[in-house]
Ligand binder design. Structure first.
Ligand SMILES: NC(=O)c1ccc[n+]([C@@H]2O[C@H](COP(=O)([O-])OP(=O)(O)OC[C@H]3O[C@@H](n4cnc5c(N)ncnc54)[C@H](O)[C@@H]3O)[C@@H](O)[C@H]2O)c1
Length: 251
């Protein structure tokens, strides 16, 4: 059986990934610290006939991740694919950023990716599962707005961790890749405010070569590709509608 484990899967991009993998026939296990959003998605997946499991989880906490993984194996089976998607940004002026805020972002985004990968890969290796890990990084690993250091450092770390793990897990035949999304509109994929269609200005759309802002489905499609692309490992796939290669001259 194909089983995908998705962190931060209850809302936003992770929710899109969960629904896409379920459609592709995967059993889906979600870890998220948002209890209500996770419970709602679990109902939706069950209603669609998917096998699914959800545990309130904090990916920064080893005990919490261990409990989620144990529940996943009990309810479904060992994951064959792990998607490290949980992440958040704290944006505060660099000169005033408290160290705790920097550490909190690194603990979820980067350390959480390492932790979940290590625990899931151990279980895959025990069972000789030649699985795949997909890490959600960001184009902010390569370009920045001011006052986003914790986030950009965590995402740069994820890109490096990805090729590191790809080499370390090669013997176990576990592939590891990352996706760097650009601007993905998730407002209508949030539990608290899932209503209406977000509006984008013409300038918003035109800064993308493809003429629009991205959606969770765009990332989910790339994720499914990397989950199944048997000859691809250690790579970072930029999925940003061409935004980061579009040259812009200020008038
Ligand atoms: N939306 C974008 O434009 C964009 C662009 C590039 C990268 N990303 C990355 O994509 C991923 C998903 O982003 P999103 O925009 O869907 O965000 P989101 O806030 O909509 O969803 C993130 C989910 O992760 C969960 N989460 C956060 N910290 C957690 C923790 N410690 N343990 C468990 N769950 C946790 C949240 O509860 C939430 O459900 C993130 O890693 C983000 O950095 C997003």
């Amino acid at each position: 059986m194909k089983v995908v484990a998705i962190t931060g899967g209850a809302q936003g991009i992770g929710r899109g990934i969960a629904l896409r993998f379920a459609k592709a026939g995967y059993a889906v296990s979600i870890a998220d610290r948002a209890a209500d959003a996770g419970a709602e998605l679990l109902d939706l997946l069950a209603g669609q006939g998917a096998r699914a499991s959800f545990a309130v989880t904090d990916v920064a906490d080893p005990k919490s991740v261990e409990a989620w993984l144990a529940q996943t194996i009990r309810d479904l089976e060992c994951p064959t694919v792990l998607v490290n998607n949980a992440g958040f940004m704290i944006r505060k002026p660099f000169l005033e950023l408290p160290l705790e805020d920097f550490d909190a972002v690194i603990a979820t985004n980067l350390r959480g990716t390492f932790l979940c990968s290590q625990l899931v890969a151990r279980e895959m290796a025990k069972r000789d599962i030649h699985g795949a890990i997909v890490n959600i990084a960001s184009t902010r690993a390569f370009m920045s707005e001011p006052d986003t250091e914790g986030y950009t450092a965590s995402k740069g770390g994820i890109v490096a961790l990805t090729h590191g793990m790809a080499m370390s897990l090669a013997l176990q035949r576990i592939r590891v890749n990352s996706i760097s999304p650009g601007w993905i509109e998730t407002r209508d994929w949030q539990y608290a405010a899932r209503s209406g269609t977000p509006q984008h200005s013409r300038a918003d759309r035109e800064q993308h070569a493809v003429g629009r802002v991205g959606t969770p489905e765009d990332i989910a499609e790339a994720c499914l590709y990397l989950a199944e692309a048997g000859f691809v490992t250690g790579q970072n796939l930029i999925v940003d509608g061409g935004m980061s290669v579009k040259m812009v001259y200020a008038e």
